[in-house]
Each structure stands twice: as structure tokens, then as C-alpha cells.
Design a protein around this ligand. Structure first.
Ligand code: ATP
Ligand code: MG
Length: 386
């Protein structure tokens, strides 16, 4: 009797002509994430199957699978050759820990002669014989014994479904550029868009020495935390000091933040296009801070010409965002107290309703193109890999 892991993926989005594209992408993502562990992974109809792993790797394999978008649930199962005698013989040893149970049979192999209902009843009988204190409850059982008779001549028996994250396999929606700060929001935004199938690149604006080396390291650490969900991330670190100094020296102080954010969006779109990213992603959230009023978002959004900006957190409460951040293991790092470049030269009275003519006037005082080209040509690239 073999111990294996059964992997289930979403069935709704997999219908139709894109089926094999999604299935293959998911299979490839899983194989890559498990590449350092000795095991066999194969496709069996409508499922993936992992076998030939060492017991001591089992927990680690399950933990990795629980983070892979596109997987709905997994089960550790016993694999046996399909025959009625074999199934009954194996189920004889099952110990039910609860007071009530039921058997649920899925007969994917329609050539197997015993009907699902009949097989469940037979297995139930065998289990009851060895567990005299328990009873069957088909409506609300405390425990379920699952029997799957599949087309590969094998039957799988298991008790537990471990829920995974669902979503779409990373890469099936193309690639997006995440504006990644060291805060709570942007790692969560990246996580949520990767869940919809976007592979991530990330861009971070760094104002050394106004922001510290630790601030940059924090962003690298955050990318390393979310990579187990998002897959590998190419991180672009943009030197932003000169641009912020120029704005600080030449422009109206209450426009500082909004001008900085307009540069960020402009540069992010250019770097995105150079790297085949077809969307920007930010952690922006309506009305959280001065730069996140509708009016402010309007004028920062103006800088992006050809691609959409995804803001998956736009309607979330900070509490909701923090909860996800904790669940994905980013929170502790996100709240470390290193300053982001947005807080450099922060004015006392940042504008909440920026005026178009003031933006134009302020930006005319800057050599935007040369500042931007200079920043882009000095980008540092860091590959964050699983
Ligand atoms: P976060 O928690 O993600 O830092 P926030 O609530 O602090 O967000 P802002 O500082 O206004 O809000 O930033 C809004 C969004 O702009 C961020 O979620 C992020 O996508 C982007 N952003 C801010 N600072 C940077 C930076 N230094 N580099 C890259 N992107 C940034
Ligand atoms: Mg921030």
C-alpha cells in the first residue's frame, strides 16, 4: 500500500478550450516549486498525483502545495490496485476516531462493476465491524472516508481534504509590475493579483541616504516572503534620490508627495513596458492618506498611458489588509520601522485636491525626461527566486 498525495484543481475555469493551457501551467508551477525534493509527480485524469516521496518530506511538500495558486485542495491518500477485495481488505484496518462517519465513493472508472452507492455500503459495513462503537450518519457525519476509483486502475482512500488557496495558476494572466514599498499594503496587493494568474515583476523606489539600506533590505525580504505564493519575482530598484531632491528644491512643498507619485507611476509604466508587463499593480486604498483621494489618484493615474493600473485593495479596510498580511506571513516584516521614500521631505500640509495647472507649472521647473532616463539607466535588478 502506497502513500500518495492527490491534488485537485478548479474545475469551473478549466472547462472549455483553455483546459490544457491552465492544467499545463499549474503542473509546471508545481513541478518547479517541488524541484528540490525527490518525488514523482504525474497527471491522472482530472487530478495530479505525487508519489515516491520520503516520509520526512511529506510535511514540507504539503506546505509548499498549500501556497500554489490554482490548487483547490489536496489529500494524503492510500493507493491500491482497484478490486473489490483489495478495497474491502484495506478498509478493514481503518480506525474511526469520531463517533459518526460515512463513506463517500467516487467511481471515475465506470468499468468498475460495483456502483458507488453499493461500494460505500460495503466499505461502511467492514468499517463498522472493526469500530463497534461508531455509527453511520450519512447527513452530518463527523468523519468521512473517501474512496476514489480512478481510470488508471488505482483506487485512492483518504480521510482529509486540506484546503488550498484556489485562484488561477501564476503566469496564466501574463505579467504585472507591482509597485512594492516596504509597507503593509503593496505585498498584499501583489499576492492578490498573483492569485488571479499574474506573474510578478516588482519595482521599488529607493532614496538613499534619506532612506536606509535597511529600508531596501526590507523590500527584498518582503519579496522573498511573497515569492512562495507569487513565484519568482524580478525586482527593479530605482535610485530616486535625485528626483526627490529636485522636487524638494524647486517645487511647491504641498505638491511634494503628488509630484513624487507621478514620477513613480511614469517610471513604473516605462519599466513595465520594457519588461513585457501588461499592467501596473499598487497597494493604493481610497481615502487612506492624502495622496489617495479620488482627485489625487486621478492625477497620478494620468501618468500611465497605455496599460491598466490594478488596485486590488482600493475598497479594503486597513484591518482586512492587515489580516491578509498576517496570513501570508508579511506583517511582521512590513511593520518594521524603516522609512519609505514617500515620507522623505514630507510637507506638513500635503495637497488633497491637486490642481492641474499647478502640476503643470511645477513639473515645467524640472527636466523630467532626463531625470527619468537617468533613474532608469541606473536601476539595480535583483532576482528573487524560489
Ligand atoms: P504601502 O503599505 O504599500 O506602503 P501605503 O498605505 O503606505 O501603502 P502609500 O505610501 O501612499 O500608501 O503608497 C501607495 C502605493 O504606492 C503603495 O501601496 C505602493 O504600491 C506604491 N509605493 C509607495 N511607495 C513606494 C516605493 N518606495 N516604491 C514602490 N512603490 C511604492
Ligand atoms: Mg507606504
Amino acid at each position: 500500500m502506497n502513500e500518495v498525495i492527490l491534488l485537485r484543481y478548479g474545475e469551473i475555469f478549466l472547462k472549455g478550450k483553455n483546459y490544457s493551457f491552465f492544467e499545463n501551467s499549474l503542473f509546471k508551477n508545481i513541478k518547479y516549486r517541488l524541484k528540490d525534493i525527490d518525488l514523482k509527480i504525474e497527471k491522472i485524469s482530472g487530478r495530479f498525483l505525487i508519489s515516491e516521496f520520503a516520509q520526512e518530506d511529506k510535511k514540507n511538500i504539503i506546505n509548499i502545495l498549500k501556497c500554489i495558486f490554482g490548487l483547490v485542495s489536496i489529500s494524503v491518500a492510500y493507493e491500491i490496485d482497484t478490486s473489490l477485495e483489495n478495497i474491502l481488505e484495506t478498509c478493514k484496518d481503518i480506525k474511526i476516531k469520531a463517533k459518526t462517519f460515512k463513506v463517500e465513493t467516487k467511481r471515475a472508472d465506470k468499468t468498475f462493476e460495483t456502483q458507488s452507492y453499493e461500494l460505500s455500503a460495503k466499505v461502511g459495513e467492514v468499517i463498522l465491524k472493526n469500530n463497534p462503537k461508531v455509527s453511520v450518519d450519512v447527513h452530518d457525519p463527523e468523519e468521512v472516508v473517501y474512496i476514489e476509483v480512478r481510470q488508471n486502475g488505482k483506487t485512492y482512500i483518504y480521510y482529509e481534504k486540506i484546503m488550498c488557496l484556489g485562484g488561477m495558476p501564476v503566469g496564466t494572466s501574463g505579467k504585472g509590475m507591482l509597485l512594492l514599498s516596504g509597507g503593509i499594503d503593496s505585498p498584499v496587493a501583489g499576492f492578490l493579483m498573483a492569485k488571479r494568474g499574474l506573474r510578478l515583476n516588482a519595482i521599488h523606489f529607493h532614496s538613499y541616504p534619506y532612506t536606509s539600506e535597511q529600508a531596501k533590505q526590507k523590500v527584498i525580504d518582503l519579496a522573498n516572503i511573497i515569492k512562495k505564493y507569487t513565484g519568482n519575482i524580478r525586482l527593479f530598484v530605482v535610485p530616486f534620490t535625485k528626483i526627490q531632491e529636485e522636487i524638494h528644491n524647486k517645487c511647491d512643498s504641498e505638491y511634494m508627495v503628488i509630484l513624487v507619485r507621478r514620477f513613480m507611476m511614469d517610471i513604473a509604466e516605462r519599466v513595465a513596458k520594457q519588461n513585457e508587463c501588461s499592467a501596473l499593480i499598487t497597494g493604493e486604498n481610497l481615502a487612506q492618506v492624502a495622496s489617495q483621494t479620488v482627485a489625487s489618484i486621478t492625477v497620478t493615474n494620468q501618468m500611465v498611458k497605455d496599460i491598466p493600473v490594478f488596485r486590488p485593495l482600493i475598497s479594503f479596510d486597513k484591518i482586512e489588509i492587515s489580516k491578509i498580511s498576517e496570513e501570508i506571513g508579511a506583517y511582521e516584516t512590513s511593520v518594521l520601522p524603516y522609512e519609505d521614500c514617500c515620507s522623505v521631505f514630507l510637507p506638513d500640509n500635503p495637497v488633497t485636491h491637486p490642481k492641474q495647472e499647478k502640476l503643470v507649472k511645477n513639473e515645467s521647473l524640472l527636466d523630467r525626461e532626463s531625470l527619468i532616463n537617468d533613474a532608469i539607466s541606473n536601476i539595480e535588478i535583483i532576482d528573487i527566486k524560489n
